[in-house]
Design a protein around this ligand. Structure first.
Ligand SMILES: [Zn+2]
Length: 170
């Protein structure tokens, strides 16, 4: 049996462990933090924005969401909130520099509360995005940019799939 794929994996992949991106509403979450976060993007703290911001950064941790996952969480907390509102608010947060949109080809948009450049793992089977260990990545070479341009940002999404042997406990 060819176990190369399985053996080459350095870290144990935990597909079911999405704890870090869970959107629990923490009532003790810092309202100050939320208002300051909105203010840092020049946004007024409307009720809707405060609700979504609390879910996103209320506990002070970084997370990745889709409009759908945030919508679900917002509805759990506040009853009816439209997906369009959540989507527009995510767009406004992104335009204000509070979130980064991470494009994964062929998948929903993911929004990241971490706004510095960092690589991601994308689990194709689950449609889940997580941070990859940044120190383990290095670019040996980058293509020269066209005249008069410079690199603004490098998006790195490493797409993962389960090794074929993994499920059989190889
Ligand atoms: Zn990230």
């Amino acid at each position: 049996m060819d176990n190369e794929c399985w053996e080459a994996v350095g870290t144990e992949v935990q597909p079911g462990d999405a704890a870090s991106d869970r959107l629990d509403f923490d009532p003790s979450a810092s309202a100050e933090r939320v208002v300051a976060w909105l203010a840092s993007g020049g946004l007024r703290p409307t009720r809707q924005r405060r609700l979504l911001a609390t879910l996103l950064i209320g506990d002070g941790r970084d997370r990745h969401v889709t409009a759908e996952s945030l919508h679900e969480a917002a509805q759990r907390v506040a009853g009816k909130v439209s997906l369009a509102t959540v989507y527009n608010t995510l767009r406004a947060f992104t335009a204000a520099g509070l979130l980064t949109e991470v494009m994964v080809h062929g998948a929903r948009s993911h929004f990241d509360t971490r706004t510095d450049d960092h690589p991601h793992f994308y689990f194709e089977d689950e449609g889940r995005l997580v941070d990859a260990p940044p120190l383990e990545m290095a670019f040996a070479r980058l293509p020269e940019t066209p005249r008069g341009t410079e690199i603004a940002k490098i998006d790195v999404v490493i797409r993962l799939r389960r090794c074929r042997d993994a499920e059989q406990g190889a």
